[in-house]
Design a protein around this ligand. Structure first.
Ligand code: FAD
Length: 550
């Protein structure tokens, strides 16, 4: 392969390196043509310029913890964990922070905590996911019920376009002379038509509290349009290099409750009853989840619950128990610091699922559906039913306050028909989500997994405009092609390419040592580990760090 000239970071084309970047979280496995680890912003620009000249697709990648397959692809996977390491700076008076996109959520929050502040949307993956990855997927978390997704906290995004130009998008409308070529193309070629069709573009789509599916095409056409377009664009429009965010004070008092629900029909009434108290989190653990963790949880879990809610309030919690009287049983009221024990229940499943026997895997295929809150019980019942019909055990948990649940399918991957049944399950669950006015992605984005269903969710006009926006920002189609927007012939049901998955008889083969290392990453959730350190480089292709002239 022709190597990018003047790149100072690593560029590897050996089998080991390519295999190490063939997977992220989620179900996809695609062996890339090469792996690049740019050293800084100039290196990223150099790489993008080369990619544009050679027509090479680039796959921007942070920690690789994204579940929808946006962090893998057939071109050059660009590991951005080294390029944008600008440490967080905190302005405690303005309650604002700035950090390079490679900084993790945990690192940013640790810096903010020193000033009694935090960035409230708190993904469970905060220990390892990068700020760039969070912005690119519009990530959210348990406390998004009260505080919204990352979109609600981003003040400004700095980025590199497909033309290798640096840019910045904040609150104010950009001055004409400061626009990048990509923005100029967007404002001249597409923006006027989006404004004209705004009502039609917004007529379809989910009626949910959370959504990270599709581009934010028109909802922010009046203010901070570019910033909002880039948030959730999953590396398909630009590469995020730095982020400025607002911060909130750390809460002074926290109370948590464990609420036992005897019927799925009680989910919505219980959540509604808590609404006036503005809880910071209402997390749901479904029966399918409780059954899995019961042995580890001991006496903390009721034996006959259809689901439990973990409720967090910033303040005194007793009043919540009163509000739930007659709807659900409030079995435990804990004030900080014992609250930790309750949240441990929420995190018990990961090690248990990670310890599944070798022939079983916990797969994320229908893992991120979000529906109007009043329909959540109905959605969970249908989800359980479809999973059973397709021959999978399912583990359901998530953010009941937002009508949003995660669902892991437990699959025997030695079965010959596993991929076909996964595809059927994906088709059926997607139809239910859309039928309930929900979205396929509450917080994980579309990636490669859900891109083919975008027209089912939003209709053809929306998809047409997504394509036009993509063409304006990335005319050479080098930034993550196939992610977020599927090729025209892959639209609709029936996608889940068997030769691009971790499971099934057509899964791409990986060297045994690499396959074992990647399985360990999943089992131990060690997404923060630097991939090229997971297996030794073949002597002949050690990382190149010196400039190479063309
Ligand atoms: C155990 C576990 C728990 C999780 N919990 C949550 C949760 O609570 N909430 C939640 O929202 N998600 C969660 N996730 C999913 C994932 O952590 C988030 O989507 C996260 O934001 C991805 O960050 P990352 O750095 O790993 O990005 P990656 O996975 O590397 O990339 C994700 C997408 O963003 C793009 N991208 C990454 N960095 C950049 C950049 N600098 N510029 C442009 N594009 C970029 C990639 O191309 C890709 O499309 C979880 C994942 C795991 C494994």
């Amino acid at each position: 392969m022709y190597v990018p000239p003047r790149l100072r970071g690593a560029f590897r084309t050996d089998e080991t390196a390519r295999a190490l970047y063939a997977e992220g979280a989620g179900i996809f496995r695609i062996v890339p043509a090469a792996v690049a680890v740019p050293a800084d912003l100039e290196d990223v620009r150099c790489l993008v310029r080369w990619a544009a000249e050679t027509g090479t697709p680039v796959v921007p990648r942070g920690a690789g913890s994204g579940m929808a397959g946006g962090n893998v692809g057939p071109g050059v996977v660009v590991d951005l964990t080294r390029a944008f390491r600008e440490p967080p700076t905190i302005d405690p008076v303005a309650r604002r922070a700035r950090a390079g996109a490679s900084v993790t959520y945990r690192e940013l929050n640790a810096a903010a905590a020193g000033y009694g502040l935090r960035l409230p949307p708190d993904p469970s993956s905060g220990a390892f996911c990068t700020i760039g990855g969070m912005v690119s997927t519009n990530a959210a978390g348990a406390r998004s019920l009260k505080y919204g997704a990352i979109r609600d906290w981003v003040d400004a995004v700095e980025f590199v376009t497909a033309d290798a130009e640096p840019g910045r998008a904040g609150e104010a409308a950009p001055a004409a002379d400061s626009l990048t070529a990509a923005e100029r193309r967007f404002f001249s070629d597409v923006a006027p038509d989006i404004r004209r069709h705004r009502a039609q573009l917004e007529a379809r789509g989910p009626s949910t509290l959370k959504n990270s599916s599709g581009y934010d095409l028109s909802r922010h056409a009046d203010e901070a349009w570019i910033r909002n377009l880039l948030i959730g664009s999953e590396g398909t429009l630009a590469i995020v290099s730095a982020v400025e965010v607002r911060l909130a004070p750390l809460p002074e008092e926290l109370s948590t409750l464990l609420v036992t629900l005897r019927s799925l029909g009680d989910v919505a009434p219980a959540v509604d009853a808590l609404g006036p108290l503005a809880p910071s989190a209402v997390e749901l653990l479904d029966r399918t989840y409780l059954d899995r963790v019961r042995a580890a949880a001991g006496s903390r879990l009721p034996s006959d619950a259809e689901a439990v809610l973990l409720v967090e309030l910033e303040g005194e919690g007793r009043v919540a128990a009163d509000r739930l009287h007659g709807i659900a049983e409030c079995t435990l009221l804990a004030a900080d610091p014992s609250a930790g024990t309750l949240w441990e229940l929420r995190h018990l499943a990961s090690p248990i699922l990670a310890a599944l026997p070798d022939h079983m895997r916990s797969l994320q295929v229908v893992e991120d559906g979000c529906v109007p809150r009043a329909r959540l019980g109905e959605y969970i019942a249908q989800l359980r039913d479809i999973a059973t019909r397709c021959g999978f055990e399912v583990v359901i948990f998530g953010h009941a306050g937002d009508g949003h649940v995660h669902a892991n399918l437990l699959a025997d991957v030695t079965r010959a028909d596993v991929v076909e049944r996964l595809r059927q399950c994906l088709d059926a669950v997607t139809a239910v989500q859309v039928g309930l006015a929900g979205t396929m992605a509450g917080e994980h984005g579309d990636g490669r997994l859900r891109a083919p269903y975008l027209d089912v969710l939003y209709g053809p006009l929306f998809v047409e405009y997504c394509r036009r926006v993509k063409a304006a920002w990335d005319p050479g189609q080098i930034l993550n092609p196939g992610v977020k927007i599927a090729p025209a012939d892959a639209l609709g049901a029936g996608s889940l390419p068997p030769d691009a998955l971790k499971v099934g008889s057509r899964a791409p083969a990986l060297p045994a040592e690499v396959a074992a290392a990647l399985r360990r990453v999943e089992r131990e959730a060690s997404w923060g580990a630097f991939r090229l350190d997971l297996a030794p480089a073949p002597a002949a292709s050690a990382p190149r760090r010196t400039p190479v002239e063309p």
